[in-house]
Design a binder for this molecule. Structure first.
Ligand SMILES: *Cc1c(COP(=O)(O)O)cnc(C)c1O
Length: 237
């Protein structure tokens, strides 16, 4: 089995190739290693291989890992990419550097209110339901502008951009369409005067399509850490 180091190198090569195709400098794409369901030792191994930014889906699991890796805290960036309920905002505001999954103004307001004063502003993305799936969380594209302007005005958070999890499809052109739509949505907000720089899109299966359409941050789990058991096993109380 390939090591985490080898997998990371392979993912970095994929990002570099995807950047070359569309003539983007490779430094314009940040790799977020999605460590959900993997233990603190796996994160340490990725850290030893040079990886510094990690994404987590489940708040409780993440808090345990952040605590187990407290010795590395100043060198790590922790990103929450999974659903966030309002009763969990306080611990998230205290423990994370970024939240990608903000889908309501109320959650952003609570994060801003609860962000400790000694920490820099919490970095936020608004999650957009770009494929219009009934089952998916995220703001409808038509709701994004109003929420974005309100979130951008909050004092203890910094709105950085948009995040999406498009409906999976194997076809490259079909993968590109929702990524392009998210990129256009971001461009509209920028034209409206919001200083945003982050398009969080692209995962193990579609990072090339996302990079082709302007992703600045790709969230990659499986291609770095390997396959995960079904999510249900980890969501159990
Ligand atoms: C799990 C997850 C990822 C990573 O998915 P892979 O297919 O394993 O690369 C990225 N983003 C979100 C929001 C996720 O939940």
């Amino acid at each position: 089995m390939a090591s985490i180091l080898q997998n990371l190198q392979q993912v970095q090569q994929r990002i570099a190739n995807a950047c070359a195709v569309v003539q983007r400098p490779v430094q314009t794409v940040t790799l977020l290693a999605v460590s959900k369901t993997f233990d603190a030792d796996a994160v340490r191994e990725a850290f030893a291989a040079g990886q510094r930014r990690f994404g987590e889906n489940y708040v409780q699991e993440a808090l345990e890992k952040i605590s187990a890796l407290a010795d590395l805290r100043s060198q790590l960036e922790w990103h929450l990419i999974g659903p966030l309920q309002s009763n969990k905002t306080r611990v998230v505001a205290e423990a994370f550097d970024w939240v990608h999954s903000v889908d309501r103004l109320k959650v952003a307001q609570r994060l801003s209110d609860q962000r400790p004063a000694h920490l820099p502003p919490l970095q936020l993305c608004l999650q957009v339901n770009i494929s219009g799936e009934a089952s998916k969380s995220g703001l409808a594209p038509a709701e994004v502008a109003e929420v974005a302007h309100a979130v951008a005005a909050l004092p203890r958070v910094q709105l950085r951009g948009l995040m999406a999890i498009p409906e999976p499809t194997a076809d490259f052109d079909a993968q590109r369409a929702p990524h392009r739509a998210l990129c256009e949505l971001l461009a509209r907000l920028q034209r409206d005067g919001l200083a945003l720089d982050t398009l969080s899109m692209g995962m193990s299966a579609d990072l090339e399509a996302a990079v082709a359409e302007g992703a600045t941050l790709v969230r990659v789990g499986t291609a770095i850490f390997g396959g995960r058991p079904p999510a249900a096993a980890f969501n159990a109380p």
